[in-house]
Design a protein around this ligand. Structure first.
Ligand SMILES: *[C@@H]1O[C@H](CO)[C@@H](O)[C@H](O)[C@H]1NC(C)=O
Ligand SMILES: *[C@@H]1O[C@H](CO)[C@@H](O)[C@H](O)[C@H]1NC(C)=O
Ligand SMILES: *[C@@H]1O[C@H](CO)[C@@H](O)[C@H](O)[C@H]1NC(C)=O
Ligand SMILES: *[C@@H]1O[C@H](CO)[C@@H](O)[C@H](O)[C@H]1NC(C)=O
Ligand SMILES: *[C@@H]1O[C@H](CO)[C@@H](O)[C@H](O)[C@H]1NC(C)=O
Length: 312
């Protein structure tokens, strides 16, 4: 069998001018998207027509443009000396996969600077290489809104609303909408500033004349991740009830509910005491006692104290 393959190979070699060691290399054609701070695998696989020895294999991952070495492996060893400092301790080949023609690279804790083209180079006897694009992405924080001025606002006031969101990548698209959902992104100034890690902080400003019962919302969208989140400010009636409106409504409702529960609890407790007392006194069934309680006049204080002892 081996001989048959070899001679077939030999024939091909004559025909096509290559065969033994003819290397094919495969990498993803579309950019690989990695999340900032996480790990990513850059896939690269190779096929050879022959049964190769790992000792003859060299794999070098380098940056396509600068040729800086990302990871290099030869004679069954990783060669740390060649590696660019920025990749130190962050790369790994899957050693047990190499024999199967898998030269994929694990890159840890990806940074914004890692974005770009990587080349997978494989040599056995022949050599081949192929580039693979790495694209970085990071989610934007939920935006928050700030109004200037933000005190004693009333309809008719000219206000600057600023929308902030941070830590995303790549640059965001920011859109403003009014309460009806119409695009009001017209007179908006948006700036996107990269922080020291390369992530963007977005700041978008809109100047508006406050109208009663109107809403201004800012939507920050990361196209690459297909993510968006938004924040809104609502002006109701005479007063501006900026985010607080929901909070105060919740607090108000909670207080009402608590009051109601307390009242209910008090009534229930009294009822239970009454019914208990009755059931203790008459040694009757609870349901029956409860039914009667409704008609029963209030017990006096002494009875209640006695009752509590029975309960505890
Ligand atoms: C192919 O691999 C087998 C075992 O892995 C080895 O015994 C054999 O010699 C190899 N053949 C060639 C042509 O390298
Ligand atoms: C890589 O790890 C080694 C051993 O843990 C350590 O001495 C070295 O400082 C690390 N290098 C970098 C760049 O983190
Ligand atoms: C290569 O190995 C990596 C890590 O185990 C794996 O994720 C990848 O799918 C493998 N590629 C192929 C083509 O088998
Ligand atoms: C909203 O308006 C802005 C500026 O006029 C424009 O650039 C943007 O494409 C519009 N967005 C939509 C969804 O219409
Ligand atoms: C944008 O500004 C221009 C000039 O200041 C003004 O005429 C226009 O109405 C503004 N558009 C919006 C949507 O506020």
């Amino acid at each position: 069998m081996q001989t048959a393959i070899l001679s077939a190979c030999f024939a091909l070699h004559l025909l096509l001018g290559h065969c033994r060691g003819a290397l094919e290399i495969q990498v993803p054609e579309v950019p690989v998207v990695a999340i900032f701070g996480e790990d990513v695998i850059l896939n690269c696989s190779f096929t050879t027509d022959t049964n190769f020895s790992l000792f003859d294999l060299s794999v070098i991952w380098h940056l396509t443009e600068t040729r800086k070495v990302v990871h290099s492996y030869s004679h069954q060893q990783d060669l740390q000396a060649d590696q660019a400092d920025s990749f130190a301790n962050r790369t790994e080949l899957f050693l047990e996969e190499l024999g199967k023609g898998n030269a994929s690279l694990l890159l840890r804790h990806v940074k914004i600077e890692d974005e770009g083209s990587f080349t997978c180079f494989v040599r056995i006897k022949d050599h081949m290489n192929a580039p693979i694009m790495l694209q970085l992405a990071a989610s934007y924080s939920k935006p928050n809104l700030h109004l200037e001025p933000n005190k004693n606002l009333k309809p008719g006031d000219k206000v600057v609303i600023t929308c902030h969101s941070s830590g995303g990548y790549p640059q965001a698209t920011v859109q403003w909408h009014d309460g009806k959902g119409s695009n009001i992104t017209e007179n908006v100034t948006t700036s996107q500033v990269a922080n020291e890690e390369g992530l963007f902080d977005v700041s978008s400003m809109i100047r508006v004349m406050l109208e009663p019962n109107s809403t201004y919302s800012c939507m920050v969208r990361n196209e690459l991740l297909d993510e968006e989140s938004q924040a809104s400010a609502t002006i109701t009636g005479q007063h501006l009830q900026f985010p607080a409106v929901a909070v105060w409504l919740t607090i108000g409702l909670s207080v009402c509910l608590l009051g109601l529960l307390a009242a209910l609890g008090f009534v229930c407790r009294r009822k239970i005491r009454q019914s208990c007392e009755e059931s203790v006194a008459e040694d009757g069934e609870e349901e029956e006692a409860e039914a009667r309680t409704v008609m029963k006049p209030l017990e006096n204080a002494e009875d209640k104290e006695a009752e509590e002892d029975v309960l505890e």
